[in-house]
Design a binder for this molecule. Structure first.
Ligand SMILES: Cc1cc2nc3c(=O)[nH]c(=O)nc-3n(C[C@H](O)[C@H](O)[C@H](O)COP(=O)(O)OP(=O)(O)OC[C@H]3O[C@@H](n4cnc5c(N)ncnc54)[C@H](O)[C@@H]3O)c2cc1C
Length: 512
């Protein structure tokens, strides 16, 4: 046996611990990919964690592809075995609950090894409607931003944080304050290249291989590995006016948010370019970093008096010679925030989009980035958002004396989503995204947050509020079936069609 054959045998012995028959039969890992497997303890350790730092599953191997054809060979190899090994596609591993991890005997497919080489912007003029970028699935959105800004262009729909992979966010939905207007990132894709669970490289779009296209978008990595996405681009603005409006009345706050997102269709009216919202709870620490020091005292008093303050975060893009002051005045005219509690910043477009990175650097400096994140992300139908405010924000979070972390709340227009795609959303024209983003280095606190998350879910169930969990995990198959509801059959049929041996993305826990 030559040395490379020995390596193949060792690899397969580890890949397929229960499959001794194949080890004895000296089943060979295809020669062209044999050297791409790693069992380096450091690499295994990295692949067994994620941003959540709650779930840890050590894979048997990490696969480091150098090309799309390596990915195809890996998946075909697994398919060829009587007991195929699972393959967890790992983008930036900014999942919270092990969604990009593989269990024992599984392989983690490390997409970042492709090194984000591919961002190619089409040859078009900035004013044209036909501009797009072809982007590798492993590429980070921050790199898409930089590559497109060089041409005066930009994608239209974002996430709040840009150090996430294109394949990773397109496997979920990808939402931020632009989504009310342009839809989630999955609504902003023209074409995909996907290596399916059978190992076939397939190009797909709304018109070609559409079942795969719709399945993969928001498909939680279940049907294939996204290796390229074609993202439409528009002209990039240079600057933004970035506002915070403070409310002490939830109904006024949500009414104004819904008013602001209602302009998404009307081309003749000034529309906001970004609408989000957040809460300040009367619980330390109070993050007032957006506001001038001279206003901290009066904002703190407002929070102390009211218990909860709701903030609309509103952005208007502009270029140097635009009428932005008038546009901003038109946007805020008639809104019912607490008089004088309106704050405005001016920033470059890039500085605004990349705002969370500044927070990351700060949290890293305090040792608070690489810690457990017991997050809860849910979508709530508009008709029950007031009940949710009362039952969750007032009666659960405010009453429990644990720091609330960052709490986001903003409405989305459902007509910007495509129901043929995999995600399920609440069945109302408008639904709210609520994100409770917590970080703690204390195991005790992780338990408290997890218990609070559970209470919130139970409250919603008890009150008959039909929420949808986003970025969720750690579920039984029965719970996943409930999650997908009437879409479960379609989801399961697509799995049978594109990944019949249930190889891909085991960390989601849907089919394994
Ligand atoms: C700080 C922070 C801020 C965030 N902000 C937002 C936000 O504003 N809006 C929002 O919508 N989300 C947000 N998220 C969530 C984020 O979009 C998801 O966690 C996303 O999955 C992260 O991308 P990733 O590259 O890290 O994916 P990973 O964690 O690596 O993978 C996630 C899932 O996708 C699969 N997958 C990864 N790459 C591919 C691929 N190429 N092809 C097929 N499947 C693949 C994986 O197997 C896994 O199941 C945030 C997360 C963090 C940590």
């Amino acid at each position: 046996m030559d040395v490379s054959n020995l390596a193949f045998s060792i690899a397969i012995a580890v890949l397929c611990l229960p499959c001794t028959v194949f080890t004895e039969a000296n089943f060979k890992v295809p020669r062209e990919i044999a050297s791409k497997f790693s069992r380096d303890p450091q690499i295994l350790s990295l692949a067994s964690t994620d941003y959540g730092h709650i779930v840890h599953e050590t894979p048997s191997q990490v696969f480091e592809p150098s090309s799309v054809s390596d990915i195809s060979s890996l998946i075909k190899f697994s398919n060829s075995l009587p007991t195929p090994f699972t393959i967890a596609t790992r983008g930036k591993a900014h999942s919270i609950l092990g969604q990009a991890q593989a269990r024992r005997n599984g392989v983690v497919l490390n997409m970042t090894n492709l090194k984000g080489s591919l961002v190619s912007v089409s040859n078009c003029s900035g004013k044209s409607l036909n501009c797009y970028a072809d982007v590798g699935g492993e590429v980070l959105w921050i790199d898409v931003l930089h590559a497109t800004l060089e041409r005066g262009l930009t994608p239209l729909s974002w996430t709040d944080y840009l150090y996430l992979s294109v394949g990773g966010t397109l496997s979920n939905a990808g939402i931020s304050g632009q989504a009310f207007r342009f839809g989630p990132q999955i609504s902003n894709v023209l074409q995909l290249d996907v290596v399916t669970g059978k190992g076939e490289l397939v190009s797909c779009s709304r018109d070609k291989n559409s079942e795969l296209f719709y399945g993969v978008l928001g498909g939680l990595g279940q049907f294939g590995v996204i290796t390229r996405a074609r993202i439409p681009l528009g002209p990039a603005p240079t600057r933004v006016k970035w506002l915070h409006l403070l409310y002490n009345n939830f109904n006024a706050f949500s009414r104004d948010q819904e008013h602001l997102i209602s302009f998404s269709e009307n081309k003749n009216t000034t529309a906001a370019d970004y609408v989000e919202g957040m809460l300040l709870f009367n619980q330390p620490p109070l993050d007032l970093s957006f506001y001038p020091d001279s206003d901290h005292q009066r904002i703190t008093s407002l929070v102390t008096q009211n218990g909860i303050i709701y903030i609309i975060e509103l952005v208007k893009y502009y270029d140097s010679n635009s009428q932005v002051a008038k546009d901003v005045a038109d946007l805020v005219k008639g809104l019912n925030f607490v008089p004088t509690f309106i704050f405005e910043k001016d920033a470059s477009y890039e500085e605004f989009l990349n705002r969370v990175y500044a927070e990351e650097l700060f949290l890293r400096s305090k040792g608070l980035w690489e810690v457990p994140h017991p997050w809860l992300n849910i979508w709530i139908p508009r008709s029950r958002i007031s009940d949710f405010n009362e039952g969750v924000f007032n009666n659960i979070i405010l009453k429990q004396n644990i720091s609330s972390g960052i709490s986001l709340i903003y409405p989305l227009n459902r007509n910007k989503w495509d129901d043929k795609m995999s995600p399920v959303t609440p069945e109302e024209d408008v639904f709210y995204a609520v994100s409770l983003l917590r970080a703690t280095s204390s195991i005790d606190m992780v338990k408290k947050y997890e218990s609070q998350n559970q209470q919130i879910l139970e409250f919603c169930k008890g009150a008959g509020i039909k929420i949808t969990e986003y970025l969720t995990g750690n579920k039984t198959q029965k719970q996943w079936m409930e999650h997908f509801g009437s879409k479960w059959k379609l989801f399961a049929d697509r799995k049978a069609q594109f990944d019949p041996k249930r190889i891909l993305s085991p960390g989601q826990g849907i089919f394994q």
